[in-house]
Ligand binder design. Sequence first.
Ligand code: PLP
Length: 366
Amino acid sequence: MEFSAEARLIHTGTARAIGSPVGPALTLTSTYVSHGVHDPSLPAYGRNTNPGWQDVEHALAVIEGEGCQAVVFSSGQAAAMALMLTLSEGRERLVMLDDGYYKLRNLATKLRPHGVEVVTVDLLDLDAVETAIGAGPSVLWGETPTNPLLRVADLAGLSALADAAGTPFVVDNTVATALQQKPLEFGALASVYSLTKSLSGHSDVLGGAVVTRSAELAESLRAWRGTGGAILGPFESWLVLRGLKTLPLRLERQSQNALAVVEFLERHPRVTAVHYPDGPLVKTQMPNGAGCLLAFELSGTVADADAVVAAARLIVPSTSFGGVESTWERRARWAAETAPDTLIRIGTGVEPAADIIADLSQALRA
Ligand SMILES: Cc1ncc(COP(=O)(O)O)c(C=O)c1O
C-alpha cells in the first residue's frame, strides 16, 4: 500500500520501533567517529552529511514527485548559487527573467567575471526566450509565480523551447512550493527553493534546496555544497522538517486568506492594481491553489504607502513571506528592487481572514 505524498511528508523522520522517540532526532555533531581509509558511504564530517538534513531532503523529494532527489543548502541564495555554478560550466549564457526576486539577478551578475553572460528576458514572451536561448549555449532560469509581481510563466511552453535548444531549464518554485506547482512534471530539469518561506513556514530559519530527477545534477550540487560549505546546519534542518509537516494545512489556509484579501483590495478605492496569479494557465499549472503571496499598488505617494504599512496592528511590517503570521512591506524600499514605488507586497499568514481584512481596512485609513 502506497500512502499519499502528504502523509509521507508528515511521517518523515519518525521511527516506528517500540521505545523510539516520535519526534525526529536532533544530531548536533560536526564530526563522526572514523579511522582508516575513508568509506564515502559512511558519515565522517559535518560538511558532508547530517541525519537531519537527510530527512529534510527526503521530505522535499517526496512532495516533488517519484524519483526525485533534493539537496539542501544554508539559504535559497546558496542553493541558487550552487545551481548557477553547476549549470553554467561550459555554457556562455544565463538567460533569466527580467522580473522576479531581484537578488537572484544580483547573484547572476556576480558570475560575469567568470565568463557567464547574463541575459534578461520577459519569460511570458516565448519568442524572446527562444531567441535568447538560441544565441549560444545557455541555461534558462525561470521563476513562477514571480516575487513580487506574481506573474505566471508557461512552464510547458518554456520546457519545450529549452528542450529543442538543448538548454537546461530550472525554475524557482519558492512562491508556489511543490504542493501547488510541480515544474518537473512540466519538463523542467530542477526546482529551486528558498526554504525560508512557506516550506519552513515559521519565520525562524533560513534554508534552500534544489530538487531534481537528475542524479548527475544532484551529485554536482552535493559536491559544490561539500566544498563550498553552504550547508543547512543540524538545528536548522530540524526546524525546517518540523515546519514542513504542516505545509499542506498552512498552504490551504494561506491561499484562502490571500483570495479573501485580493477580493477586499480589488474593491478598495485607494488601490489601483492587485497582483495575484489568475487565469487558465494558473488553473492547469497550480491546480491546488495559488499561494500566500500577493501585491497591490496604492494611489498616492511613497510616503502614503509607508504610512499604510506602518499603521498595521496585526500584519507584521517586515520582509519575507510564507510564515504563519501575515507580513507586508513596500517592496521598493529596497534599493535594487524594480517593483513600482507604491507596490505593497503581502504574505498572508494563517490568522482568520476576517482579522487580516479588519487590519487592512484600518491601515488603509492611515
Ligand atoms: C523567489 C525567491 N527565491 C529565492 C529567495 C532567496 O532565498 P533566501 O532568502 O532563503 O536566500 C527568495 C527570498 O526572498 C525569494 O523570494
